[in-house]
Design a protein. Structure first.
Length: 108
């Protein structure tokens, strides 16, 4: 197995490539969902190899059970409950819940 790099610039490059892969996954999904799933797989592999965390906005774009790229209304269902959002992947029928916190507009 290839050794991971100890250089911080490679982690920065890895994060940039992950962002590019998720952009491409979104662009390709309409005509090739399998290709967008492959882009998610590659992004995860890069993150694991370089030991970097995938950003929250990208982590919520794929199913953590089957690793499918998720698009609301196409292969995912979103439900809002009090205090959390439930995301159901239509592909594998698994549900993921995210907590939502209310922001006070009155605080300055």
């Amino acid at each position: 197995m290839k050794e991971r790099s100890k250089n911080s610039s490679t982690k920065k490059i890895a994060l940039e490539r992950i962002a590019i892969l998720f952009e491409q996954a979104g662009a390709v999904f309409s005509h090739s969902p399998a290709q967008s799933n492959r882009y998610v797989e590659l992004a995860r592999r890069i993150a694991m190899r370089q030991r970097v965390r995938i950003d929250v906005k990208f982590r919520r774009q794929y199913c953590h059970h089957c690793y499918a790229f998720l698009v609301p209304g196409k292969n995912m269902r979103v439900r809002v409950h009090s205090g959390h959002v439930s995301v159901t992947c239509i592909t594998c029928k698994k549900t993921t819940r995210y907590r939502v916190e209310k922001h006070d507009d009155k605080k300055n």
